[in-house]
Design a protein around this ligand. Structure first.
Ligand SMILES: *Cc1c(COP(=O)(O)O)cnc(C)c1O
Length: 223
């Protein structure tokens, strides 16, 4: 049924168009469904329609209520150190690693659980007070410090851009995050993920090199 596919086809089409316009291969770009406040029933329907890499949750409590091992999960929200324990073994990729105490705790618990946890470094590209993430100028030293943690695997970079900024400013923020990503990629062999772009800015993010978009509203509500 058409309604059960949500707006996935529309989004896939827009992703393809944005990629082609940027001279990129559309198949490089994957979708995380940002699934906060959506029911597990609607996540299952979306899962069954294919095309979603994972579901991205923001809050630990809500995630635990929905958790189903048959689906793939990412954690994309701000993460308190004392809640990391609830995620172990359940989350494929934590997008929001932005401080040493958090890296330290994820590494410690990953070791305890006998796993290697994949992570992204989160950049606060607009340097907004209210948001998590590192300033870009601090991010390289932070990435270097992650080499000390054997149970963390750094896969790349995630950024959230400010709302309501002009497109040129948005693109310049995304491009500076991409420069950082490329620098890491040149130095570490496992880096392959640049998580940028939400409902309102994924086309610009794709033009700027994103290969993982986190889409909620446009996917579930169509706007
Ligand atoms: C909610 C959320 C998204 C998706 O936002 P939409 O505007 O609904 O597409 C992406 N990333 C993060 C970190 C989020 O919290």
């Amino acid at each position: 049924m058409e309604t059960q596919c949500f707006y996935l086809k529309d989004i896939q089409q827009k992703i393809r168009e944005a990629a082609v316009k940027a001279g990129r291969n559309p198949d490089e770009i994957r979708i995380v469904a940002a699934s906060k406040n959506r029911s597990i029933q609607s996540l299952r329907l979306l899962h069954d329609s294919g095309g979603i890499l994972a579901f991205g949750e923001n809050r630990v409590q809500e995630f635990l209520e929905k958790y189903d091992p048959a689906l793939s999960w990412h954690f994309i929200g701000q993460l308190q150190t004392n809640k990391v324990k609830y995620l172990m073994g359940k989350i494929d990729l934590i997008h929001s690693v932005d401080r040493a105490s958090l890296a330290n705790e994820i590494d410690r618990l990953a070791k305890k659980n006998g796993i290697v946890q994949k992570i992204l470094i989160e950049i606060n590209s607009g340097e907004e007070e209210s948001k998590g993430g590192l300033r870009l100028r601090d991010a390289y030293a932070f990435a270097e410090s992650l080499k000390d943690y054997p149970n963390l695997l750094l896969k790349g970079v995630m950024a959230v851009a400010p709302m309501d900024i002009p497109k040129e400013k948005l693109a310049s923020l995304f491009l500076s995050v991409r420069d950082f990503y490329e620098r890491l990629k040149g130095e570490h062999s496992f880096i392959d993920t640049l998580s940028m772009g939400m409902s309102h800015d994924f086309e610009t993010a794709i033009a700027c090199g994103s290969n993982l978009v986190r889409i909620g509203r446009a996917l579930f509500e169509g706007s």
